[in-house]
Design a protein around this ligand. Sequence first.
Ligand code: ZN
Length: 198
Amino acid sequence: MAVSELQAHHPGLNGTNGARPSPETRPAGGSAVHALVLNASMEPLCVVPTRRAVVLVLSSKADLLHAGDGHFRAERMALPAPSVVRLRRYVHVPFRRRAALSRRGVFLRDEGRCQYCGRPAENVDHVVPRSRGGPHVWENVAAACQRCNAHKKDRTPDEARMTLSRRPYAPRAAFWLLVAVGTVDPVWRPYIKDVIAP
Ligand SMILES: [Zn+2]
């Protein structure tokens, strides 16, 4: 299987080719919408619609590691809706690029928390303000709440006597797949640590 085959089913790319669940394959109950796909090496590869993960499992291309809520019925069997699946064969990932910087990505990396005070974040703060030559890069942006953002103004954290809870970093390329989904299922966290962390 090629990476492109998986990515063709990524919601952001909205592909419709390839195998699909049979018409009688349908979610029952409140199943998760997306599943995390791990490479055979356990490295996170991408996020696909749950239905796509069902196909991977039913076609023996992947094993179910974690089930979410609900079941998919296919012919005479019911499969727990996958939350995490692992490919049986290793898929070579040709390029490792940096994930593109986006507001959504910053919020996801910082878990929606202000990096100064821990409250829910509403803004993206440039640690070294843009007016002071601070670049618009992962290492210079942090999620921040309205209050901290207003307090900091055009100052560096040192000048404003504010402390970042952790140093901003650039996530790895596979991160964009998570960004496209927007939320991270808590059961994915142990598997995607290396993608989100430096
Ligand atoms: Zn704050």
